[in-house]
Design a binder for this molecule. Structure first.
Ligand code: ZN
Ligand code: MN
Length: 479
């Protein structure tokens, strides 16, 4: 059978670090980085005799995440111990949630070529992050850094509803966008704030039974996730086609070779010997508490999208593009407070800003200027102070060397020439040097006008006012 006769079945466990100020069971800071072992205390170092106290904010952030992803919220829930030994886990158990997660039965929608698709969420639970091991490059050993130990996480477990690497990427991007909008996480993948365990299996199309799955842990870039899913699904298909069987195991994705390698056999749930943590009280939430959070949830992308279509008359494409990231959307909203030209602003985000980010391999949260700056730039065009060709150069400059657009224009001498006398001089000069174009125009070839305007733009390095150029050329040509 060919590869096309198989389908991939993918489910994700996404870990997302919450952006509470303090850790989940102590008052140490959650801040990323820092000198090793400076953000810790006896509780997160697991010294004997210490007791955890649950950070209320963690529950609040997790419930918000659940509400924003259409989950039911458990009024009764609890913390459990998940027992395993690893050097970065000083208690030798992780405090997590087992059978009573805080949020359950939700969904998010993603866009696919066949239209909108619902990806079901089995659950969202809270747990603590582990520390980090730094392996010494000279082979002197491995060092434990507990700064991250006890940083709060939510784990979002999807149903196996994803069917391609593209769907996996859309789903991850959707979760990232929602959590950014409701401000429960900074979702910085490069810092490990958002990472996914990816479960992949394959089956012949038209069959029901799920194949054996493999798991790739802690994937933290969209690009690697897409490559890894494709590689792993094809590896499984080839194996089955050759008469082999897939073993249930945890794999390590190697980005350099573009291959997966076996890491260890997959533990089953009972191997963790879960039991309720006797040091922590059950979590009980009132209806009032949940409804209050529901009513105070920040505006979500779907509602912003509707507003952009109705109030600002953006195209479907522009509205979808703008709301895909909170950073684009906020940039847009701040910019139109300054310039009152929503269409130009969204165009500039969708074409120029997205292109520059793409070239720099950066994400929207790395844009180095404000929405006000962008609004000012669009206003400079609208007021006839610069041409749109110059605006593109100003924008490049705003990325390289962030300053107010008006300042950049002034310093670079990019102000548009809108003086009629000055432009007329240029027009006459261009006409004198291009008698053939005049003849062409008189012979009915309208394209000649475009050529002449182009020549004038070239001569003024894009600074001539295009409307004035057009007007004056027409006046001269029709004399
Ligand atoms: Zn601590
Ligand atoms: Mn987990």
């Amino acid at each position: 059978m060919a590869r096309e006769d198989y389908e991939m079945i993918i489910g994700l466990e996404v870990h997302c670090e919450l952006s509470t100020k303090t850790k989940i069971f102590c008052s140490c800071p959650t801040e990323f980085g820092g000198e090793p072992n400076t953000h810790c205390c006896p509780i997160c170092m697991a010294l004997p005799g210490t007791l955890p106290v649950l950070n209320e904010k963690v529950v609040e952030y997790a419930v918000k995440a659940g509400l924003a992803t259409n989950c039911s919220i458990a009024k009764n829930s609890k913390n459990d111990r998940k027992n395993y030994f690893y050097p970065d886990l000083p208690k030798a158990y992780q405090i997590s949630q087992y059978d009573l997660p805080l949020c359950y039965d939700g969904y998010v929608t993603i866009d696919t070529p066949k239209g909108e698709k619902k990806i079901r969420l089995e659950r969202i639970h809270i747990e603590e992050d582990a520390g980090k091991l730094n392996h010494d490059e000279y082979g002197r050993g491995s060092f434990v850094d507990l700064n991250r130990a006890g940083v709060p996480l939510i784990e979002v477990v999807s149903r196996p509803d994803l069917r391609s690497a593209e769907e996996v990427e859309s789903y991850m991007r959707k979760l990232k966008s929602i959590f950014e909008y409701i401000e429960v996480s900074d979702c910085k993948m490069q810092e490990g704030s958002l990472r996914a365990d990816v479960n992949v299996s394959v089956r012949k199309k038209g069959t029901e039974k799920l194949g054996t799955r493999t798991e790739m842990k802690n994937m933290n870039s969209f690009r690697s996730i897409v490559r890894a899913v494709e590689y792993e699904a094809n590896r499984q298909i080839d194996l089955i086609e050759e008469g082999g069987t897939v073993t249930q195991e945890t794999l390590r994705w190697d980005d350099v070779s573009g291959k997966t390698f076996p890491m260890r056999d997959k533990e089953d749930a009972q191997d963790y010997r879960y039991f309720p943590d006797p040091d922590l009280a059950p979590i009980r939430l009132s209806d009032e508490y949940i409804e209050n959070l529901r009513n105070n949830l920040p505006e979500l992308p779907e509602s912003r999208r509707k507003r952009y279509l109705e109030d600002y008359k953006l195209s479907e494409k522009a509205a979808n593009f703008t709301v895909q990231s909170k950073y684009y959307s906020n940039l847009f909203e701040d910019a139109i407070k300054v310039c009152d030209n929503p269409k130009s602003v969204s165009n500039m985000i969708m074409s120029d800003i997205a292109r520059i980010l793409n070239e720099k391999e950066e994400e929207p949260d790395e844009i180095p200027f404000t929405g006000e700056d962008l609004g000012e730039l669009v206003k400079l065009i609208d007021d006839g102070k610069i041409s749109s060709a110059i605006a593109k150069k100003v924008l490049e400059e705003m990325f390289e060397n962030p300053k107010k657009p008006s300042k950049i224009v002034e310093e670079k001498g990019w102000i548009q020439i809108s003086d009629e006398g000055e432009i007329k001089k240029i027009v006459l000069e261009i006409l004198e040097n291009n008698p053939q174009s005049i003849a062409d125009y008189k012979a009915g070839k309208d394209r000649a006008l475009g050529y002449l305007v182009g020549q004038a733009m070239k001569a003024t390095k894009g600074k001539a006012n295009p409307q004035l150029l057009n007007k004056l050329f027409l006046e001269e040509l029709n004399k």
